[in-house]
Design a binder for this molecule. Sequence first.
Ligand code: NIG
Ligand code: FE
Length: 388
Amino acid sequence: MSAVLLDDIASLVTNDPAAGPGLLGEVRGAALVVEDGKVAWLGPADRAPACDAGVSAAGGAVLPGFVDSHTHLVFAGDRLSDFVGRMSGRPYAPDGIASTVAATRAAPDEILTANVARLLGELRAGGVTTVEVKSGYGLTVADEARALMIARQFTAETTFLGAHVVPTEYAADRAAYVDLVTGPMLAAAAPHARWIDVFCDRGAFDEAEARAVCRAGRAAGLTPRLHGNQLEPGPGVRLAVEIGAASVDHCTHLTDADVDALANSSTVATLLPGAEFSTRARYPDARRLLDAGVTVALATDCNPGTSYTTSMALCIALAVREMGMTPAEAVHAATAGGARALQRDDIGVLRPGARADLAILAAPDVGYLAYRPGVPLVAAVWKDGRPV
Ligand code: NIG
Ligand code: FE
């Protein structure tokens, strides 16, 4: 395959400290060569090798494609009325998940597949080149397996979330539902999933239930990642660290012990400001986590209940404005941080040998993603070395 030169890059974010200074390993006045879907070379434009073809970044910034490590894309219907209610003062409660479960169970495969494709199109247009997708709105053996089979058509990063909430038909017998999730449902889901997730929080699953689900998932070959500490302080973060989860997501209500546990672990703290925006809740304190040395990721949490956004740029802007992150830290968290949360080293970074997944901005610096909130600045997206 021929080499393509991407030239006229005002600022190239590599996330590779060997390539340039600062957290983002930035190269100013850069060029990048792509070959066979991978980065073949990058550096100052005046040292670029001759190539078969050239594309101009038109003086924009180029960065690794965003890695959205937390979404719930397989669902039907919407929950606009919940959102409107919250904006007039009603609090968020996980009970609303039941209405999305009913709509999802009733939807044919084609509707669910088309909905995932539509949302992935939005994510892609906004610069996301890798996405994790969870099940969790089926909550029967067949509906959870179906959700994962649909997700699997679009991404290898699929997550079994049978333990999202206890469905209404099991309300009187929670233990039986946990047995279902850890038994037949896991058996049906595991062939289609890489990860297992549990919503460990008020109104969802307690510590013992969550531990049982994670252990069963690990025994079935899935790596745990958790929803924790979204609605109140609780055991989610410490459980995630104890079991060696790849990531614990939300992290809104943390004690000093939670922060210490994360800092002394390889578990990533994934922050989801779209959820705090849409539930009118207090934002997580990213500054506290970063200052303690915790690895932080940013993700959209795209779902119809708490965060119906596909915009990583919005998440970056909120993280900068509301969570104490610098623009560089937020961009790093949305790219390299997401890759860490998915335990991937081929994405979230631009260096020779990495996947040529990247976004080209209609702005000279990635700081514009927070500086110009709400403005669609992603001019082009390349996946595996090709414009998409
Ligand atoms: O990540 N917190 C749990 N799950 C989703 C919300 C799901 C819903 O309300 O439909 C979340 O915010
Ligand atoms: Fe979520």
